[in-house]
Design a protein around this ligand. Structure first.
Ligand code: SAH
Length: 375
């Protein structure tokens, strides 16, 4: 977490900051003061932190910094969806998208630049894997969005109420940084996002999911996309390593570890015409999920240039939804937002500045953050 030889305080949890202050001979309570300045008041300049003494500010300046992401572009859609392109160290850019919906505002963040999983329907995987984002780079996406509406104090006026890790990358392959970033996002002295409104989405990295419940209790989304191993092996190659039965057990175990027994996972299912959208598969899904406490989110596929898949018809989507709803599952259909500013699923474009670059790729994901090579 350093940039140059200074420690970047942006992605540090309260505990890490307390240790940091102790290590420079200062009181641990400075950690919560610093968090309020940085995360709630948006102040990154130590000189403006007026409840810290002048000598302390000088000391901080010599050993630390609050290194923020560089926003290189931003735009707002006619439906209120907002998109930022942020340049990361090393030259790559990522995109972060904010989606307002009534009194809720959801921010979709990335955890990696690129992705190594190569799911067949996802454009992120087509460009390969570049690197993990640091905790600071993940938190930085929220820092930018949280104060984008001119708030003085984001603990009093909250535009971002929900955060989903559904942008680029597999969050559980960047375990420690994602957990640290979640801790900062949920911290009362920072953003105070509730654990129910903070969702980590995984393609099914079973061993990491088994560990996740030991260190946090955020909400869980599982990208399933198929009710049987033959089909899922084709769509999500990771399934060959961790098949559906193991994934479902791991998902149930995660939920069982949560103190609140009423919480459910979200099962994400990208619907692809003629591939996984038949009524038979919907019934198979009903059977598979019968002992998994969950709701289902259907995402009509967003086409991108290197893909031969098609989006299903509205009828096929409704038919699939009805079978699940009739079986008692709360089933939502993700709508396209922000397409006039290229912020909808499958439209996000970033830039990867290194050897992993390939041809143009569109980011999937729902809401979010994307990255793409256009070099
Ligand atoms: N690796 C994590 C987080 C990435 S979010 C995971 O797999 O959950 C990935 C989500 O984006 C997937 O659940 C999928 O539903 C969605 N997605 C990916 N490509 C898509 C596309 N072309 N069209 C629609 N949704 C897509």
């Amino acid at each position: 977490m350093t940039s140059g030889n200074k420690t970047n305080l942006l992605g540090m949890t309260r505990l890490q900051l307390e240790d940091f202050f102790a290590s420079i001979g200062e009181k641990r309570f400075r950690a919560s003061q610093l968090m309020k300045w940085v995360h709630q008041l948006g102040v990154s300049d130590f000189d403006q932190m007026t409840n810290m003494s002048k000598p302390l500010r000088e000391k901080l300046k010599s050993v630390a910094e609050v290194c923020l992401p560089e926003v290189t572009y931003e735009s707002t859609s006619s439906d209120g969806t907002r998109k930022w392109v942020m340049q990361m160290e090393g030259g790559s850019s990522i995109e972060t998208v904010f989606i307002p919906d009534g009194d809720r505002g959801t921010l979709c963040v990335s955890s990696q630049i690129g992705c190594s999983l190569d799911c067949s329907f996802c454009s992120t995987g087509k460009q390969g894997f570049n690197r993990n984002l640091s905790a600071a780079e993940i938190v930085g996406q929220l820092w930018v969005a949280a104060r984008a509406f001119g708030q003085q104090d984001v603990s009093k006026e909250r535009s971002v109420t929900n955060v989903v890790f559904m942008g680029m990358g597999e969050p559980l392959l960047n375990f420690d940084n994602v957990v640290a970033a979640c801790t900062v996002m949920m911290e009362d002295f920072a953003y105070g996002i509730s654990k129910r409104r903070l969702t980590v989405s995984t393609a099914g990295l079973v061993p990491a999911l088994d560990r996740l419940g030991d260190v946090t209790d955020v909400s869980l989304a599982v990208s399933l996309h198929a009710p049987n191993d033959t089909l899922r092996n084709e769509l999500v190659p990771l399934n060959k390593k961790y098949p559906i039965s193991e994934l479902m057990t791991s998902c149930k175990n995660y939920l069982a570890k949560l103190p609140d027994k009423h919480r459910r996972a979200t099962i994400e299912y990208t619907l692809i015409a003629g591939v996984n959208d038949s009524p038979e598969l919907a019934h198979e899904l009903v059977d598979l999920l019968k002992d998994v406490p969950c709701k289902v989110n259907l995402i009509p596929f967003n086409p991108f240039p290197q893909s031969n898949y098609q989006r299903p018809s509205r009828n096929a989507v409704m038919r699939f939804q009805k079978i699940l709803s009739d079986a008692g599952y709360v089933t939502t259909i993700r709508t396209t937002r922000g397409d006039d500013i290229d912020a909808a699923c499958g439209q996000l474009v970033g830039r990867v500045a290194d050897k992993t670059r390939r041809s143009a790729r569109y980011i999937d994901a729902v809401n979010v953050t994307g990255e793409e090579s256009r070099l």
